[in-house]
Design a binder for this molecule. Structure first.
Ligand code: GDP
Ligand code: MN
Ligand code: MN
Ligand code: MN
Length: 246
């Protein structure tokens, strides 16, 4: 296995209406089976999933939380608007979004965007990945798999890492259950979150600041089989349950 990791260099600043598939295909000669990782911030900018703080009127709740997080109440309101469940209000808002993704500030981002604007996560990231996959296929004539990524903090460990927000052409999880280890023991619980592993390395190549590399291609990455249940159901999420008891 010899996996190539190719940064997509030369993309301009992205604005609403930009055709990402066209722009990326001008810079990459895709091959069948390539995986394209794209930063969610850039997907959202192209598709207008952004908000202007000036157009947001904060609620009483947003004002209350903003006093604790020391943030602009209008930004807090934008976070609450994208939140289905608040897990922590302070020292930062940790919330679940409509897709089951849990993130700090519901994944809202004000880096790499003009002042006064915030970038939301794509509201339907699985469809976003599928749509981008179709478009890349139409432009390039190749079968390209897609992962839409975001940089996220992690529980228990310092440092942010890239995770998969949406994906298409693969399953989230590589399922090892029923497989045998080197000594013939049957694996009973091992499921590997491959989409997050690939997203994590793409995030390293993208960087967080002014690299200008929101897209990374993985070539010769093998296929895997499994399922898409990346997020715990509420009744199996024991950490979440423990938090709710505090
Ligand atoms: P996020 O992880 O989805 O929040 O995205 P980041 O803000 O961390 O950006 C990831 C990468 O994309 C970094 O290399 C940024 O410099 C780059 N990036 C962000 N916005 C743009 C853009 O509009 N055009 C280009 N060419 N690069 C961008
Ligand atoms: Mn960012
Ligand atoms: Mn982000
Ligand atoms: Mn990032």
């Amino acid at each position: 296995m010899h996996i190539e990791v190719i940064p997509v260099e030369g993309l301009p600043l992205i604005h609403q209406g930009d055709d990402l598939a066209e722009m990326i295909c001008r810079l990459v000669a895709f091959e069948d089976g390539d995986i394209l990782c794209l930063a969610s911030s850039v997907y959202s900018k192209a598709h207008g999933h952004t908000r202007l703080l000036d157009e947001i009127v904060p609620s009483v709740d947003a004002e209350r939380i903003a006093l604790k997080t020391h943030e602009d109440p209008r930004f807090v309101q934008a976070v609450l608007d994208d939140t289905t469940d608040v897990i922590l209000e302070e020292p930062f808002i940790l919330s679940e979004t409509v897709t089951g993704h849990v993130g700090v500030r519901a994944g809202l981002d004000h880096s790499n965007v003009e002042d006064g604007m915030v970038v939301r996560l794509p509201p339907d990231p699985m469809n976003a990945a599928a749509g981008l996959r179709d478009a890349l296929g139409a432009v390039s004539g190749k079968d390209v798999r897609v992962i839409i990524t975001d940089t996220c903090g992690r529980s228990f460990r310092r440092g942010q890492a890239g995770v998969a927000i949406g994906w298409s052409g693969m399953t989230a999880i590589r399922d090892f259950r029923g497989d045998h280890d080197l000594f013939g023991h049957t694996l009973e619980i091992t499921e590997e979150a491959v989409v997050d592993e690939v997203a994590g390395f793409s995030n390293f190549v993208m960087g967080e600041s002014n690299n200008g590399i929101p897209a990374v291609v993985f070539r010769n990455c093998p296929q895997w089989a499994g399922h898409d249940d990346l997020h715990f159901r509420r009744d199996e999420d024991i950490i979440r349950e423990a938090l709710s008891k505090n």
